[in-house]
Ligand binder design. Structure first.
Ligand code: PLP
Length: 407
C-alpha cells in the first residue's frame, strides 16, 4: 500500500467504529456518499451552537459573522476547483442541481430548434435527463458519444458527432458506474475549437484527485458536498465569469434581486443572482471544513491511495470464480463494477450486507450505460481515503460466502 497513514485517518471518521449486522462496518460505497470526518461534524454543530443567523440580511454581528463564514466557504470551493474568482462559484444543493441550473439558465437561453447537445454514453442520469428534457422542449437533439467495450470514451466517435449545430458538450469527469476517467482535456480542445462550452460533471472526480478547472478548460464544473466528505444538501457549480454574466436567473425571489417593484425586478450580479432564498449556510460551513480536511490529507495522496486499493481489488476479485469485472478504461478511478455468474447483483449486495460490507448494487443511475454494457445491473465497490487492504479482504471473503450460498 501507499505511504498513507490510513489507521490515523480512519480515526477521524466516527462512523467507521460502528458495527453493522454485528460486524465491523466495511464501507465501500463512497461513490454514493462519503463518510464525514469529525471536523466536518463539529463545524456544522458549532455553527448551529454558536454562529447561526441568516446571511446577507441582518445588520447585527451574528449575521455579519455568518455571512463571512458563508463567503469564506465559497472561497474554499474556489481554491479546491482552481477557479480564478470566488464569484464564479455558485452554491447549489448538489451536482444534480448544479447541472439543472446550467440547463435552465444557460440552456434555455442558448439552445434552440435544430441545435444539438453532446453527452457521452456513460453519464449519470443527472447529466443526461436535464439535457434530454431541454432538447425535447426546444426542438433540439441529444447526441451520445460512444464508449468502447473496455469502457473508454471513443474520441473519434465523439468528434464525428460534433458539427455547427452542437452548442454544448456535457460529460462526466469520472464515471460513477464503471470508474472511467474521461479525456476531458481533449474534450475541452474539441469544445474550444468550436467556440462552445464544456460542462464537466465532477461529482466523482473532485473527491478523488486534484482538479483545476482552468487547466482542464472546463466552462462549467459541478460537484456535490456529500461526496467531498462534507454534508448533504450543499453542492457547487463553477461557471466561467464570462458565461455567468449573460445567464439569467433560474429561480427568483429573495436574496437574488437588486430592485423590485410591482412592475419589474432587476437582479443582483453572480453568484447571488443564482442563489434565491436562504441557502444551506451550515452546509457551506461544513463543506469548507471538508475542503480543508481534504487539502490537509492531500488530494494527490488520496489519488495514489485509491489507485493502490483499486489495483489490489482487481487482483483479489479476479481470483473469484465466475466474477467478471466491468472494464473502466486505462485510467479507471475509485470505482469497480462487477457481475457474479448466476447471482443477481442485488443478492450479492444482500449477502455482503449480512457480512457487514456495504456496497452498491443496481443500475447506478446510468440505465443507458447498463444497456450498452449488456447488463441490467452491476455490483459496485467504491473507495474512499479511509479504505484499507483489510476491507478488500473482507469483501473477497464475503463474495466467496455469496458463491457458497448461491451455487
Ligand atoms: N454525477 C455523478 C457522476 C454521480 O456519481 C452522482 C451521484 O452519484 C451525481 C452526478 C448526482 O449527485 P447528487 O445526487 O449529489 O446530485
Amino acid at each position: 500500500m501507499s505511504a498513507f497513514d490510513t489507521a490515523r485517518l480512519r480515526a477521524d471518521f466516527p462512523i467507521l467504529r460502528t458495527q453493522m449486522r454485528g460486524k465491523p462496518l466495511v464501507y465501500l460505497d463512497t461513490a454514493a456518499s462519503a463518510q464525514k470526518p469529525q471536523v466536518v461534524i463539529e463545524a456544522v454543530s458549532n455553527f448551529y451552537r454558536h454562529e447561526n443567523a441568516n446571511i446577507h440580511r441582518g445588520l447585527y454581528e451574528l449575521s455579519e459573522q455568518a455571512s463571512l463564514r458563508y463567503e469564506a466557504a465559497r472561497e474554499k470551493v474556489r481554491e479546491l476547483l482552481g477557479a480564478a474568482d470566488a464569484r464564479e462559484i455558485i452554491f447549489t444543493r448538489n451536482t444534480t442541481e448544479a447541472i439543472n441550473l446550467v440547463a435552465w439558465s444557460w440552456g434555455r437561453s442558448n439552445i434552440g430548434p435544430g441545435d444539438e447537445v453532446l453527452i457521452t454514453a456513460l453519464e449519470h442520469h443527472a447529466n443526461l435527463v436535464p439535457w434530454q428534457q431541454l432538447c425535447a422542449e426546444r426542438g433540439a437533439r441529444l447526441r451520445v458519444a460512444p464508449i468502447s467495450d473496455d469502457g473508454e470514451l471513443e474520441l473519434d466517435g465523439c468528434e464525428s458527432l460534433l458539427g455547427r449545430q452542437t452548442k454544448l458538450i456535457a460529460a462526466a469527469h469520472v464515471s460513477n458506474a464503471i470508474g472511467t476517467r474521461l479525456p476531458v482535456k481533449k474534450l475541452a480542445g474539441l469544445a474550444q475549437a468550436r467556440g462552445i462550452p464544456l460542462l464537466l460533471d465532477g461529482a466523482q472526480a473532485a473527491p478523488r484527485f486534484p482538479v483545476n478547472v482552468r487547466e482542464l478548460g472546463a466552462d462549467f464544473y459541478a460537484v456535490s458536498g456529500h461526496k467531498l466528505y462534507g454534508p448533504t444538501g450543499i453542492g457547487a457549480l463553477y461557471a466561467r465569469a464570462e458565461l455567468l454574466e449573460s445567464m439569467p436567473p433560474w429561480q427568483t425571489g429573495g436574496g437574488m434581486i437588486e430592485q423590485v417593484s410591482f412592475e419589474r425586478s432587476s437582479f443582483a450580479p453572480a453568484p447571488v443572482r443564482f442563489e434565491a432564498g436562504t441557502p444551506d449556510i451550515a452546509g457551506a460551513v461544513g463543506l469548507a471544513a471538508a475542503v480543508d480536511y481534504l487539502r490537509g490529507v492531500g488530494l494527490a495522496r488520496i489519488e495514489q491511495h485509491e489507485a493502490a486499493l483499486l489495483a489490489e481489488a482487481v487482483l483479489r476479485l479476479g481470483e473469484i470464480p465466475g466474477l467478471r469485472i466491468i472494464a473502466g478504461g486505462e485510467q479507471q478511478t475509485g470505482v469497480l463494477s462487477f457481475v457474479l455468474d448466476g447471482v443477481h447483483p442485488h443478492d450479492v449486495g444482500a449477502v455482503l450486507d449480512a457480512e457487514g460490507v456495504a456496497i452498491r448494487a443496481g443500475h447506478h443511475c446510468a440505465q443507458p450505460l447498463m444497456k450498452r454494457l449488456g447488463v441490467t445491473a452491476t455490483a459496485r465497490v467504491s473507495f474512499g481515503l479511509y479504505n484499507t487492504s483489510e476491507d478488500i479482504e473482507r469483501l473477497a471473503a464475503a463474495l466467496r460466502r455469496c458463491i457458497e450460498i448461491f451455487r
